[in-house]
Design a binder for this molecule. Structure first.
Ligand code: FMN
Length: 202
């Protein structure tokens, strides 16, 4: 059983490979529509949703990564409950991908050290606020000291940011794929826990 998209016929396993190609592209290309997924976490009995930058996608290990401040709410929420979901939509190709998985939190280890080395000065600013992210203030501010806001600091001075630098690794458990098409939508489910790939009614 196959689905034909742009004259290419895809089996379920072809589709699964295509999904990971798209995710890998999303991680490496800053203008790709898969570069900035929405990521949902549990916040007590509530839900919490935000945009992040997809930094890495590894097909072999079914892993997605993004960077964040370990003082952020999402990090604290994931410590309590590692259930996580990510949402991607490519408006040009009309493909939605919904990912569910478990978050593995990396902090102060080889993985964060290697990623931190590659982080630009301007990205490092995110980890250099004196106050915790989400703190309320009495005036609009980035929370950064003036010289840091103006990027007037050295790489050495930015090293302190490593103390707040965390990587969330999503260990993907399943993917829900949806393709919108005027002649009939198509949907498929890829479950890595039960190792089942199935077509679905959209
Ligand atoms: C385009 C875009 C990319 C973002 N990328 C990240 C990111 O990679 N990591 C991150 O922690 N926050 C990122 N943010 C900010 C988050 O959406 C969010 O506002 C912030 O992290 C606080 O979320 P929290 O309170 O749920 O922890 C991004 C926001 C936008 C608009």
């Amino acid at each position: 059983m196959q689905v034909t998209i742009n004259n290419i016929a895809y089996s379920l396993s072809d589709l699964e490979k295509d999904i990971w190609n798209r995710l890998v592209n999303g991680a490496v290309k800053s203008r790709d529509s898969f570069h900035t997924p929405s990521v949902a976490t549990h916040s007590g009995n509530d839900i919490s949703l935000r945009t992040v930058v997809l930094r890495k996608a590894v097909s072999e290990s079914k892993e997605l990564r993004f960077h964040t401040d370990t003082r952020s709410k999402k990090w604290q929420e994931l410590i309590v409950n590692p259930s996580i979901s990510a949402l991607f939509y490519d408006a040009a190709d009309r493909i939605q991908i919904r990912v569910k998985g478990r978050a593995v939190l990396h902090f102060n280890n080889d993985i964060t050290a290697a990623a931190w080395q590659k982080t630009s000065l301007s990205s490092r600013r995110c980890y250099l606020t004196n106050f915790d992210p989400s703190s309320f203030t009495d005036h609009p501010t980035s929370g950064l000291p003036e010289h840091i806001e103006q990027e007037n600091f050295t790489l050495e001075e930015s090293e302190i940011g490593f103390n707040h630098f965390g990587i969330v690794s999503i260990q993907v458990q399943n993917i829900d794929w949806l393709w919108l098409h005027h002649a009939g939508h198509r949907r498929a489910h890829f479950d890595y826990v039960s190792e089942q790939y199935q077509w679905m009614i959209p």
